[in-house]
Design a protein around this ligand. Structure first.
Ligand code: ADP
Ligand code: ZN
Ligand code: ZN
Length: 804
């Protein structure tokens, strides 16, 4: 008997393992690992994914239930990805089914209409009853006629080509184009033309066209190029001379765009030095991780492109991850420009159907390169030659919901499997990565100079405390106003960057920049309006809200934060004639809005681009010569141990937006704490100095990369319940973990309540804790299974990026 091990789509602790099902004989060829199936489960029919198959001898005691039917005819997950899902669910403590599903396009998860498409001609006689009306029929019909196994057998013997597709209903999107082709032997065409009456000129013309055409012709083309109406086609179809044909097309999000082909540039000596070890690893097919550390504009992307070129030459494939936010058309153009149709693009701006199409190109091996955001790391390539993660320090590579994976970790697993290089690129590498490169775990490659030795923009740090002292209470310093004015006169463009305040509020002295920090954790404390006190969200240290500054006794100490709208009003007041484009969550909500606003700015339709984080990356317009950062401090004082790192990265990145081309750029950074190293060093763009300084702090306060972290979140509708369970979990960990680990908490989470659920958290810092996963699993399971804890939700985040 053939038996399949199936992971069923029921996310629950006690069901998080595979179940055995009998494979019905007729499906034996089709049901293999990686195929999705419908199986009986209790009284229901549910979906599942086959992860393994094996032979079982007859003497089974209790009869196995049989699989109802397959949902695919070719595996949607490769053996590698099935194995990767095991590792993911183990390492991130998520359900197996969640790890499998994260690798599949959304179109497959929802209930969409499934169709069988016959892609080859002619139709073999046994399938005529199925494809009577056309080459696309419903899955149900194919099942009803019991033809799927035969289709699959023929396809495997390469006698026909067919595919299962998901029809995603989308407005204004065509997926199938109607074509016309001959329905009679080509030799008979002249004969038919002669038979037509003289007034049927258009019909004759159509037959002439079809006679000379090997393939079918799209109807829109006939109408547009030859002026042939649908009525003409219909009358020939009625006579049985021509027939309609549905030809499926990919929804191409870049349809209306021409890509200028680019050629590889001769590499500079530095680029050459960096690419040699990478190409060696490609050549030898050995797994190695590289950290390509190079300032913006130093030519990293060109190194990626030429590496991919070698990989393609070997017949292998490449995955390139870029942060969602920098998946701008500009970035995509560079890959499409070099590799044309061999590139698939995956980003969240695509509709479900578009994403599915791109995924399918990968699955059918029609493309060799995928450029995409985080989830593109799961591209179902089977012969990977390189994985590239650009801007590797970006926190968007970490998924915040289950499975809480980091794309970098997945890249390393896949790199090891395929024995290929993994390249992490950044101008401001994460501390973790740079530390690994220092230790030799990664090979460090450096690009120290900008192309053509173009200067980095000059950065001026403006002390806002001084501004206040000299009577300027506006959010714009005198210097920034002056430079903005100057740019408007010169008809050059400016970018104003407002660091988003985030969720929390901190209290700062506007006279001296003092911010209250927790003495234990070196984090800024958060102001709580309700209790009117300051709290540390790692260790729960509390203090009173100061009314005067403890440093300078000023009374200008208060809650801090500004929105983009307020800034826009202020710009209108200062420069009534300025044309401003505002980019924030409010103005970029709609699909395509982001791109539209950017290209309007590129066309010079505005003088000032005002925005939050989302404008920090990827902007590369020649006319931008001024970048202003309105308040560099807001991110610095988030209650997050990475606050300094994020501030440094962001400021460096924002500064990189100015003067990327011929015109030199200037940057103004406004701050109340100019002496803070992450602000001071971003002025000189000195990453190494920043790294050394920050490592000292991380060591002193026991943070990564010196310690690993795991965050446990507990939530419940009743505050007491949440608190007491958090208490239990903490003491369980205290009892079971080694004494070298540090357990902080439980404390109320920085976001203390979401959707009326109270949230508590507990943070574990550890260096080596081999049993931790085991204990965490136990915790997670207990709260899933224990009915008395109904309503409790416990989530675990291993190596968290968001500590709220
Ligand atoms: P990064 O990815 O490090 O920001 P890019 O690869 O985008 O840097 O390079 C910056 C600019 O320099 C681009 O306009 C690119 O076309 C150009 N460039 C890169 N490499 C070379 C080269 N070897 N010769 C000439 N120009 C180059
Ligand atoms: Zn002060
Ligand atoms: Zn603290």
């Amino acid at each position: 008997m053939h038996v399949a091990k199936v992971i069923v789509d029921v996310p629950a602790g006690q069901i998080d393992h595979s179940f055995d099902y009998l494979i019905p004989q007729e499906w034996e060829d089709i049901i293999v690992p990686g195929i999705r199936v419908i199986v009986p489960f209790g009284p229901r029919k549910i979906q599942g994914i086959v992860v393994d198959t094996y032979m079982k001898t007859e003497e089974t005691e209790f009869k196995l239930k049989a699989i109802d039917e397959p949902m695919d005819v070719t595996p949607v997950l490769t053996p590698e990805l099935l194995q990767l899902a095991n590792q993911l669910s183990e390492e991130t403590l998520c359900f197996h089914i969640a790890a499998l599903q994260v690798m599949l396009p959304a179109a497959m998860k929802a209930k969409y209409k499934k169709k069988v498409v016959l892609k080859s001609e002619p139709i073999p006689p046994e399938f005529l009853p199925l494809f009577q009306k056309g080459n696309i029929v419903s899955w149900e019909k194919a099942m009803e006629l019991n033809l799927v196994p035969t289709l699959q057998r023929k396809a495997r013997a390469k006698e026909i080509d067919f595919e299962i597709i998901y029809e995603v209903k989308e407005k204004n999107r065509k997926k199938v184009i109607k074509h016309v082709c001959l329905n009679i032997d080509r030799k008979m065409v002249d004969n038919e033309i002669d038979k037509l009456p003289p007034q049927a000129g258009k019909q004759k013309e159509l037959l002439e066209i079809l006679k000379n055409q090997q393939e079918s012709i799209p109807i829109p083309e006939l109408t547009k190029d030859y002026g042939i109406s649908t009525a003409t086609i219909r009358s020939l179809a009625d006579k049985g001379i021509v027939k309609h044909l549905d030809v499926e097309v990919y929804r191409n999000p870049f349809e209306h765009k021409e890509f200028k082909r680019t050629e590889p540039l001769p590499l500079t000596a530095e680029q050459q030095k960096a690419i040699i070890p990478i190409l060696k690893s490609v050549e030898e097919q050995s797994y190695e991780s590289f950290l390509l550390y190079g300032v913006t504009g130093s030519g990293k992307t060109e190194v990626y492109l030429q590496t991919i070129q070698e990989v393609l030459k070997k017949g292998q494939e490449a995955i390139v991850l870029v942060p969602e936010i920098s998946l701008t058309p500009q970035m995509v153009d560079r890959f499409k420009g070099r590799f044309g149709d061999q590139v698939a693009v995956l980003h969240s701006g695509l509709s479900i159907g578009e994403k599915y199409d791109e995924w399918r190109k990968i699955h059918r091996k029609e493309v060799k390169v995928v450029v995409g955001a985080r989830s593109a790391i799961f591209a179902p390539f089977e012969n990977l030659g390189v994985i590239i993660i650009d801007e590797e320090h970006e926190s968007s590579y970490k998924q915040e919901e289950n499975p809480k994976y980091h794309a970098r970790d997945v890249a390393k697993l896949r790199g090891a499997y395929h024995q290929c290089p993994v390249i992490l690129g950044s101008a401001t590498p994460s501390l973790e990565s740079f530390a690994r490169a220092q230790k030799g775990v990664y090979t460090l490659l450096e690009l120290s100079r900008r192309m053509n030795d173009r200067d980095l923009p000059s950065v001026e740090i403006v002390d806002m405390r001084e501004e206040l002292r000299s009577g300027n209470r506006s959010m714009f310093s005198t210097k920034l106003v002056e430079l903005l004015q100057n740019r408007m006169e010169k008809k050059e463009q400016s970018v104003l960057f407002l660091n988003k305040r985030g969720y929390s509020s901190f209290v700062m002295c506007r006279d001296c920049g003092y911010v209250m920090n927790c003495p234990n954790c070196d984090l800024s404390m958060t102001y709580h309006r309700a209790s009117s006190e300051m709290k540390c969200h790692y260790c729960d240290y509390r203090a009173l809200v100061p009314t005067t500054c403890p440093e300078c006794t000023s009374t200008y100490i208060r809650y801090f934060g500004t929105g983009t709208q307020k800034v826009e009003e202020e710009i209108a007041r200062l420069f009534p004639e300025a044309r401003v484009i505002r980019m924030d969550v409010d103005t970029t909500g709609r699909k395509g809005a982001h791109e539209k606003l950017l290209s309007a700015f590129e066309r010079g339709e505005a003088d000032i681009l005002l925005g939050t984080q989302m404008i920090a990356k990827g902007l590369d317009f020649p006319n931008i010569t001024l970048v202003g950062v309105l308040s560099a401090d807001t991110m610095l004082h988030l209650p997050d141990f990475r606050a300094s790192e994020k501030t440094f990265q962001l400021l460096t990145q924002v500064s990189g937006r100015a003067g990327r081309h011929e015109k030199p750029g200037e940057v103004v950074i406004q701050t109340y704490t100019p002496e803070h190293y992450s602000i001071e060093l971003s002025g000189s763009q000195d990453y190494l100095a920043f790294y050394q300084k920050e490592m000292i702090t991380r060591k002193q306060f026991q943070y990564p990369p010196f310690y690993y972290l795991t965050l446990i979140n507990i939530s419940h509708e009743e505050v007491m319940k949440a608190a007491s369970i958090a208490e239990n979990i903490t003491s369980y960990l205290e009892k079971n973990l080694s004494s070298s680990s540090i357990i902080l908490g439980p404390v109320a989470s920085p976001i203390a309540r979401i959707n009326n659920r109270y949230r508590y958290q507990c943070l574990v810092k550890y260096k080596r804790e081999p049993e931790l996963t085991k204990h965490l699993k136990k915790i997670v399971h207990q709260f899933q299974e224990d009915k008395r804890n109904n309503g409790v939700y416990v989530s675990v985040d291993v190596q968290p990026y968001v500590l709220m």
